[in-house]
Design a protein around this ligand. Structure first.
Ligand SMILES: [Zn+2]
Ligand SMILES: [Zn+2]
Length: 120
């Protein structure tokens, strides 16, 4: 998919409040799996910041999809001439921290699911 088409599609999904369709798309699921496998299903943040090995369960967009739809399927983005990772493998706990907006009540059922999964 061309980035222009991707941007258009995602903007349409955002408008209709159907962004979940993007996360369920074949393109994104393939990319997500590839990234998790490359990181051996380990959370990149736990590893880098705490030297801990935690199982990664999802992939986070450093440049939020809502703000940067054209980057939704990009592994990297460029800022000030430097290349950075756009997609990182994370555990659910780190992922929740990266999305403070999810803590404000909406998406509650999803959040509860995350919390339950963490009682290990
Ligand atoms: Zn983590
Ligand atoms: Zn995320």
């Amino acid at each position: 998919m061309k980035s222009k088409d991707l941007e258009k599609w995602i903007n349409e999904l955002i408008e209709k409040d159907e962004l979940a369709k993007f996360y369920m798309s074949k393109e994104f699921r393939h990319l997500k799996k590839a990234i998790l496998e490359e990181n051996h299903w380990e959370c990149e943040i736990c590893k880098k910041e705490h030297g801990k090995i935690t199982k990664a369960t999802t992939v986070h967009h450093v440049q939020f999809v809502r703000n940067h739809p054209a980057l939704a399927l990009s592994r990297y983005y460029t800022y000030n001439g430097k290349q950075y990772k756009n997609l990182i493998a994370v555990c659910s706990s780190c992922h929740n921290k990266l999305h403070p907006e999810k803590r404000k009540g909406f998406n509650q059922s999803k959040k509860e699911k995350f919390n339950n999964e963490e009682k290990w």
